[in-house]
Design a protein around this ligand. Structure first.
Ligand code: GDP
Ligand code: ZN
Length: 454
């Protein structure tokens, strides 16, 4: 049942100026508010009403469209009103103020989506995908977020949970009716079901892990002496001029961090040459953030000038990087040396890199080799329809479910009580993804779906 909640209002469109600005309200019984704000007119459900939005004295604040969605056929499941006015900062604030006068309260961040979840309009995974869609940093991420919003991820979880419930039902029946001669578990091929369930879960987890790569992206650091071509490489990877390339060694105008996308995967690149000491407080904040990101880097691209080798500054930076960090050594400017672009394995290098890529940031030769190497390092297998834009919370839940299934398999039918308990815990873990913590009316399930025959 929907819980009592005050009327909330917020500007739903981006801040700033725009042709149209929308204020959204959600609450109980919003028809009187709709009538008051439109100067006494009565909107028809889900029909646009062109009207003045009026103040306390009946004075027009703006003129626009009022949309009225009576509960439960609305985004939040409550009465929802949308006021489509002109997209000016001041006029929208005046209109919002009027909504507050009429009893609405400012909405908390995400409160509309939260109400949609509480009223059963969306499950938790879908609610999260609303935020993911808005935040999507690439077209691939946006496509996956929409799929989750429409329930593709939740369906997979439900399928797992249904199968878990069936298994639990079999086990509970065997526990509850020990005197029966029928071996429910053997008859229903419980062992095979468990194996099938494990492989299905492994598949969902793999799809979620791939999706998580797309969601989180990877952190790459560029390391190397001045003038080896770090900024040029960043530009070449990005495909347009985002960093500033100059001929002056150690230019202070380098970009510290940039985000590009490779095959839809967001790649956050930090040029460690930009991590210099500065007295500019704003720049200091950015640099501090970058220093932290360096600690979380997935891959380091180490650019070495063959004539110079690893200089002291480069060694110092390498020493600060996490030991487990993947390292790729880059030999840039092959257009000058006349070497061919290639990617080769190497071992025992001072840089610690096991891959060497020869390329030219200027001509673009070898760039594809580098992109492939980067994507390979984080295990990206390419976008496909079956990925889920998973959050780490989802991965943790799926991993927990996997661990419980593994324990259940160990217990087997010789320790039925433990077997049942691990299945229950696996189901709980899956349920946290969609936010259903209470779908546990097992007895009801047993008697509705499983015919005992007595
Ligand atoms: P950074 O200091 O490491 O960021 O180096 P930059 O990207 O600023 O490059 C330094 C100089 O090397 C610039 O004049 C670039 O145009 C030049 N450069 C960078 N990459 C290449 C390359 O692949 N080939 C050639 N010929 N010049 C390059
Ligand atoms: Zn640079």
């Amino acid at each position: 049942m929907p819980q009592p909640s005050p009327t909330i209002a917020a500007i739903a469109t981006a801040t700033g100026q725009g042709g149209v600005g929308v204020i959204r309200l959600s609450g109980k019984q919003l028809l009187p508010l709709a009538q008051q704000i439109s100067g006494g007119r009565t909107p028809q459900p889900r029909r646009a009403l062109l009207t003045d939005f009026v103040g306390a004295e009946g004075e027009p604040i703006d003129n626009g469209l009022l949309l009225y969605f009576p509960a439960p056929a609305s985004f939040t499941g409550e009465d929802v009103i949308e006021l489509h006015g002109h997209g000016g900062r001041v006029v929208l604030q005046m209109l919002l103020q009027r909504c507050f006068e009429l009893g609405a309260q400012p909405a908390e961040p995400g409160e509309f989506t939260k109400r949609a979840f509480l009223n059963g309009k969306l499950d938790l995974a879908q609610a999260e995908s609303v935020a993911d869609l808005i935040d999507a940093a690439s077209q691939s991420a946006a496509r996956l977020a929409v799929r989750s919003l429409k329930g593709a991820f939740s369906q997979q979880i439900h399928a797992l949970v249904d199968e878990l419930i069936t298994l639990r039902m079999l086990v509970e029946a065997t526990l509850d009716f020990p005197e029966e001669d029928i071996d429910f578990l053997a008859e229903a091929k419980a062992d095979e079901r468990l194996v099938a369930l494990q492989s299905r879960l492994a598949q969902v987890l793999a799809q979620a892990e791939q999706g998580a790569i797309l969601r989180e992206g990877m952190n790459v650091v560029l390391v190397g002496a001045p003038n080896v071509g770090k900024s040029s490489l960043l530009n070449a990877l990005a495909g347009d001029d985002i960093a500033i390339v100059t001929d002056i060694a150690g230019t202070t105008r380098d970009t510290v961090r940039e985000q590009i996308t490779l095959e839809g995967v967001p790649v956050h690149i930090i040029d460690t040459a930009g991590l210099r000491d500065t007295t500019d407080p704003v720049e200091q904040i950015g640099i501090e953030r970058s220093r932290q990101a360096v600690q979380q880097a997935d891959v380091a691209l180490i650019l070495i000038d063959p004539a110079e080798g690893l200089n002291e500054a480069t060694c110092n930076i390498l020493a600060q990087l996490p030991p487990a960090l993947k390292r790729i050594e880059i030999r840039n400017k092959i257009d000058l040396s006349g070497e061919a672009a290639e990617s080769c394995e190497q071992s025992g290098q001072p840089s610690g890199a096991d891959t060497l890529i020869k390329l030219s940031a200027k001509s673009g030769a070898g760039l594809d080799l580098l992109k492939q190497a980067l994507l390979r390092q984080i295990g990206w297998q390419g976008e496909s329809e079956s990925l889920f834009l998973a959050r780490s919370r989802h991965l943790q839940a799926l991993e927990a479910a996997q661990a419980e299934l593994g324990l259940a398999a160990l217990c087997g039918r010789h320790q039925l009580e433990l077997f049942a308990e691990h299945l229950r815990l696996a189901q709980n873990a899956c349920n946290t993804i969609t936010g259903e913590f209470n779908a546990d009316d097992l007895l009801g399930v047993i008697f509705s779906r499983f015919c005992i025959g007595k």
